[in-house]
Structures are given as C-alpha cells and as structure tokens.
Design a protein around this ligand. Structure first.
Ligand code: NI
Length: 183
C-alpha cells in the first residue's frame, strides 16, 4: 500500500465530476487500499477519489477509529463503530424527509468545521470491494459521512451549503494556514 497526497482547497479537481468505474478490478482495489491508508494517516473518517486527484467514483469510510477530542460526547451508537467501507459508483436511492444537522469537517478543508443540514437517513447502492452490488442504510454520522463523500464525487464541498460569507471566511482561514505552512 502507499499513500496519496490529499488535495487542499482551492483546487479545480475538487470541483469536478468523477466518472463511474467500469468494474471493481485489482487496480480499483489497490486504489481503495491506498485511499484507506491515506485516510487513516490523515486521520479522517472518509475520503473520496477527487481528494487524491483521481476522478473516478470511488470513496472509502471508516468510523471505527474515530477519535476527535473536541467532539466526544461519550455516546457511541453501534453504527458509528462500522469498520472500513469501500464504495464504487455509490448512488443514493432513497433519502428520508427527516433532516439531520451535524458538524462536518473535511480533509481538503483542514481544521475547519461547520454545521451542515442533510437528509437524516439515506439508502446507498454501490459496488463493494469485491465488485458485488451492495446496499447500505446510513443514519447519524455515517449518513452525513456518505453524503459528504458522494458530494465530493460530484464536485461539491460541505462549505457549498453555507452562506457565501461563512464559506469565504473558512476558505480564507485555510489560505492563511497554507501561507503559514501549517498544512
Ligand atoms: Ni470532505
């Protein structure tokens, strides 16, 4: 396995539409493995292909190793312990009318967090690591995570849901961090 470089905003690749994969073959599995390693190293709980300059519809998630100090409210629902999930060609086939609001962050927008409103529950169809058709019903953090990662494949970032004022504030902060070479 090897690691990819994570692309930070602003970068055109984060605004582009990723293309479906024809099938999940060894090359895609290798990409999934590398993306997981990149994500664990960051560390993060989700990563989409655009974020490592690949424009195919592949994403990885792992909520089991989550450890963000400032967000631990002591509650761990079972779904948050879900281990590595690899998806190719994910597609939301159903979403609840109920809405959930949760603070999100992004490895491409480091150290910035904001509340994002999304459908509370979604059902996602995808090809798994073995190339088999699979379906996942996600709620809570997993739901936010999978919707956030699918957004990436469509060139959408979580800051796109915020007011333009809030968005430009966040992007300016990242620029400043870049200049200070913290990132
Ligand atoms: Ni992200």
């Amino acid at each position: 396995m090897s690691k990819y470089k994570i692309i930070i905003v602003p970068d055109p690749v984060l605004k582009q539409q990723a293309q479906p994969v024809a099938r999940v073959d060894d090359a895609i599995r290798q990409q999934m493995d590398n993306m997981l390693e990149t994500m664990y190293d960051a560390p993060g709980i989700g990563l989409a292909a655009n974020q490592v300059s690949l424009l195919n519809r592949v994403l990885v998630m792992d909520l089991s190793r989550r450890n963000r100090d400032d967000e631990d409210e002591g509650e761990q629902t079972p779904e948050q312990n879900i281990g590595p999930i690899c998806m190719a060609n994910p597609e939301i086939v159903w979403e609840s009318e109920e809405i959930s609001v949760m603070e999100e962050g992004c490895l491409s927008i480091p150290q910035q967090y904001a509340e994002v409103k999304r459908p509370a529950i979604v059902r996602v169809k995808y090809l798994d690591y073995d190339g088999k058709q699979a379906e996942l019903e996600a709620e809570g953090l997993l739901s936010h995570c999978v919707q956030h990662e699918i957004d990436h494949l469509n060139g959408v970032l979580f800051v796109d849901y915020l007011s333009s004022l809030k968005r430009s504030m966040i992007l300016r902060k990242v620029e400043k961090l870049k200049k200070q070479e913290v990132l």
